[in-house]
Design a protein around this ligand. Sequence first.
Ligand code: SF4
Ligand SMILES: [Zn+2]
Length: 373
Amino acid sequence: MKYNYTIEDALAALRRTMHLIRSSTPITAFPFDCAASSDIRTGYIDGRSVRRLVITLRAPGCAWVARSGGCTMCGHYAGTTRGVMPSSDEYVRQFQRELALYDHHDIDVISIYNSGSMLNQDEVGYSALHKIFEYIHNHTSAKKIVLESRAEYIDSTVIESLLDILGPKRRLSIAIGLETFDDTIRLLCINKGCTTAQIERAVGSVKGLVDIQLYVLLGMPFLAEREALENTVKSLQCARKLGADEIHIEPLTLQRFTLAEILYHEGLLQLPSLYTLYEALRTVVPVIQPYVSPFHHMPRPDIIPQGCPRCTERLIDGLLNRYNINRNRENLEYEPCVCLGNWKKRLEKTDDRPLPQRIIDVLEKVNFGNYGI
Ligand code: SF4
Ligand SMILES: [Zn+2]
């Protein structure tokens, strides 16, 4: 069979769709002085697991959404102020209020997110960031602060100014979404719009100043399960090669108002199996020891990867409450379940079509009108 579509054709169709999905996402009015969410997760300092507080600020939203429609699996947009920036004082109040909900004396790591890039001045001004860092310096005993950002906003001068505020006893970590080692997959399956080379340059510009945390996505639209598995293993290896001090594996979940959610409901996408996640980890541990992102991240997903009703809970418990603590091979053992045969069959399925063809075929099958788009 002859396939005619180019990467440009597929990308144009994908971005058109992503913009339509964003423009039909319901608008909610949020108070500007309350953060979007916070929770306690596992963090690491020199490989040792510690308590980590994650605070997501209420913010204007990721600039990449305005430019390109944003990433196919990302549902942050619905929880943003749609381009309106809280003042510095409002940002500081958000942070203080959320921190006050916790006894933060035994919290060693604080991750501060904004549903976008903390280092993009148009999302969080430097004055707000500086004030938040001064507050951390004066009022917490956290040893490490983590900021998420797209690679293009990472600027060593800004990083140095933040380090000056934190002082010599605290570390700063910058978290970047690598997602995959493969530029075409990152572009067409995620619409992420940056390259591995750009991420490598950003990492190189601040290596030695800060710790680097890279995110790798397991499972994405338009990929078969076997491809997703192989892609994740290579991406974890790539993250290590890029010099990541910490690697997070983020299994695809379904967030509301995303292309991934629509494709799932149309039967055009399956979430990765928990067995695929175990398999990816078993392939790389202990040489690489990725942290498994918990399935209750923000925005709260509606549906998460599973095994079958018999084994799902056990598998998730094994990942989050055992593997994530020690990150060793023994904690990746599991009792075989009757559903394992289904997973193996799923791994055998292939798709011969090139990615641009898959994308056009899939998007043409969806009646977006059913989703108010
Ligand atoms: S995944 Fe990150 S870069 Fe992509 S749209 Fe969401 S916040 Fe922006
Ligand atoms: Zn099962």
